[in-house]
Design a binder for this molecule. Structure first.
Ligand code: C5P
Length: 224
């Protein structure tokens, strides 16, 4: 067993807009553990590909671009080659591009080492689609978070409106549905719960209730 593998990991996988990013950040803060937002890595690949005019289906060009990038996560976002990309990677074109590049095996292999390197003491909370199934299959606690399509679209709508941004509920619904289909239907690392995942449906639960359930589970298995 390598040194890194004894560092505890809590994985939070699930559908887009289910609240897994928020949940993962809250758990990491509560426990004082590191946080890996793995979706940000696929968003970075898409953003860099779009900025450099690389075809988002061109796996080898995208993978070699990843290998040359200097990626640094910090509390409020991510710096790539010295440039703050926090907001840019949340744009709709990048969100959609991220789920396209994430279906490419070479791209997934290129980001794997970056993900594994985030496993540092005292522990790691990792959110994404395959954290529990592929990247950290030995994680002692695996959460799979889901919510109805309507609930997820309404939450996104409210977040955008609260930020003073334009939003269209039907377009958000369609965008989430597309991403669900791509993430669940791809052959490489499809989105699905790990066999030993603790599944939470957050459709009618507040984020505080989801956090409480997760921490209860972590206590119950003696993790914290
Ligand atoms: O979680 P987020 O919405 O930021 O992820 C952006 C995209 O990256 C997702 O739609 C998904 O296709 C991809 N992704 C993935 N595997 C992960 C995390 C994200 O394929 N572990």
């Amino acid at each position: 067993m390598s040194g890194a593998s004894v560092v505890p990991v809590i994985t939070v996988d699930g559908t887009s807009g289910s609240g897994k990013g928020t949940l993962a950040a809250l758990i990491a803060k509560r426990l004082g553990w590191h946080l890996l937002d793995s979706g940000a890595l696929y968003r970075i690949v898409a953003a860099v590909g779009l900025a450099r005019g690389i075809d988002l289906q061109d796996a080898s060009q995208l993978a070699s671009a990843v290998a040359s990038l200097d990626i640094k996560f910090h509390d409020a976002g991510v710096v790539v080659d010295g440039q703050e990309l926090g907001l840019r990677i949340r744009e709709e074109a990048v969100s959609s591009g991220a789920s396209v590049v994430a279906a490419l095996t070479e791209v997934r292999e290129a980001v794997l080492d970056i993900q594994l390197a985030q496993r540092r003491p005292p522990g790691l909370v990792a959110d994404g689609r395959d954290m529990g199934t592929v990247v950290f299959p030995d994680a002692p606690l695996k959460i799979y978070l889901d919510a109805s399509l309507e609930a997820r679209a309404e939450r996104r709508y409210k977040q955008l409106i609260d930020k003073g941004l334009a939003a269209n509920l039907l377009a958000l619904l369609a965008g989430l549905q597309d991403r669900d289909q791509r993430d669940k239907g791809r052959t490489v690392s499809p989105l699905k719960p790990a066999p030993d995942a603790f599944i939470i449906d957050s459709t009618s639960l507040s984020i505080d209730a989801v956090l409480a359930l997760t921490l209860e589970r972590a206590h119950a298995i003696g993790l914290v």
